[in-house]
Design a protein around this ligand. Structure first.
Ligand code: 13P
Length: 252
């Protein structure tokens, strides 16, 4: 049985004080038996890591290079040095606003694994692609290119998040059936690349307007191991509710 994951992506939100107060509020109220992760802005990662207890911490992006002339970038070695465990890679906001390609995402995944960070890879289609019935084609292409030449010692070293772009920040979540269909398909593609054992063990999340009202139904789908949550992860009470609801509803 796969351990469920509730990962909050704070995006560009929270000051240092707000982040610390969040961590102190959730620390001793998190459910056991699931991985609760917060991906915080890089400038406050050290403050958050220092205070996190059962909460796991991730970054939201990193450079594919370790060091050098990359003004404004975040080095994977610096993230590692800050003791974060996870790093979101290939988020659609990075792909669309900052021109990240499958090639750069691929380099970042390789580098993250090399330095001992666990990537949370985000993939997903646009509304136009869904309406043109291209969802599976897009997911397959992203998985194939983003994981090209990557080998894993352990399926738990990576998480894949299915985040349809049309559902992010729109209040319009995919239905649990749509999300399950896509996550199941992702598992099938991963099985064809890395083998059935890997595909059975890797955690696959759904992201896109997840909230306290829909997490239960999403989490009760066989191939959805949890959520990658933006807006609803910002409030500590809502984050705790999501974590507990995930644990209660995840039966697979
Ligand atoms: P929302 O939950 O705000 O739709 O954001 C989803 C997301 O992009 C998480 O990475």
């Amino acid at each position: 049985m796969r351990k469920p994951v509730l990962a909050g992506n704070w995006k560009m939100n929270k000051t240092r004080d707000e982040a610390i107060s969040f961590v102190l509020q959730v620390n001793d109220k998190l459910p056991k038996g699931i991985d609760c992760i917060v991906c915080a802005p890089s400038i406050i990662l050290r403050d958050v890591v220092k205070r996190a207890d059962n909460l796991k911490i991730g970054a939201q992006n990193m450079c594919e290079a370790e060091k050098g002339a990359y003004t404004g970038e975040i080095s994977p070695l610096m993230l590692k040095d800050t003791n974060v465990e996870y790093v979101i890679l290939g988020h659609s906001e990075r792909r669309t606003m900052y021109n990240e390609t499958d090639e750069t995402v691929n380099l970042k995944i390789k580098k993250a694994l090399e330095v001992g960070l666990k990537p949370i890879l985000c993939i997903g289609e646009t509304l136009e692609e869904r309406e043109a019935a291209k969802t599976e084609e897009v997911l397959k292409r992203q998985i194939t290119l983003d994981f090209k030449g990557v080998s894993f010692d352990d399926p738990l070293d990576v998480i894949v998040a299915y985040e349809p772009i049309w559902a992010i920040g729109t209040g319009k979540s995919a239905t649990s059936a749509q999300a399950e269909e896509a996550c199941g398909y992702i598992r099938t593609v991963l099985s064809s690349i890395f083998g059935p054992k890997f595909a059975e063990e890797i955690r696959i999340l759904y992201g896109g307007s997840v909230n306290t009202a829909n997490i239960g139904e999403l989490a009760s789908q066989p191939d959805i191991d949890g959520g990658l949550v933006g807006g609803a992860s910002l409030d500590s009470g809502s984050f705790l509710e999501l974590c507990h609801a995930l644990k209660t509803n995840r039966k697979y």
